[in-house]
Design a binder for this molecule. Structure first.
Ligand code: FE2
Length: 134
């Protein structure tokens, strides 16, 4: 009998044309799909530590590059955009701590957050900003 998955994998977003942004999005999709595997019991739950590490390491590095690339243009929403990046890092750090403290349903909560970020930040904010940049 075929197993029914609760969570569906994410597809790659349409390219924005900005190499930095597009590469980040490819990496983001990889992390979110790894979490989908964990939630679907296709991957060991403890590998979530790898996801925390990858997202945090990559976000710190990438957000600076992205903000720098927007800074060179007349993108007017940079301050708010930067604030969203800071909140993202705080939130992932919060999830990591909560997971270490064995808070229930953290993987599911993080999935909801990453999904919202994907739809509201990656698809919308980054694409809008990139359109101004290019
Ligand atoms: Fe962004």
């Amino acid at each position: 009998m075929k197993k029914r998955y609760q969570y569906r994998k994410y597809e790659l977003t349409p390219k924005t044309g900005n190499k930095i942004v597009d590469n980040h999005h490819i990496n983001y999709i990889k992390q979110i799909n790894d979490l989908v595997d964990i939630l679907n019991d296709e991957k060991d739950k403890e590998s979530i530590y790898e996801i925390f590490h990858n997202i945090l390491y990559y976000a710190e590095k990438y957000f600076i590059e992205e903000e720098f690339s927007y800074q060179k243009t007349n993108y007017s929403n940079l301050k708010e955009h930067r604030e969203q990046h800071r909140e993202f890092i705080k939130k992932i750090s919060f999830f990591r701590k909560a997971y270490q403290n064995k808070v229930d349903n953290i993987c599911e909560e993080m999935m909801k957050f990453l999904d919202r970020w994907y739809k509201e930040h990656i698809i919308k904010e980054d694409s809008d900003a990139t359109m101004i940049v290019n």
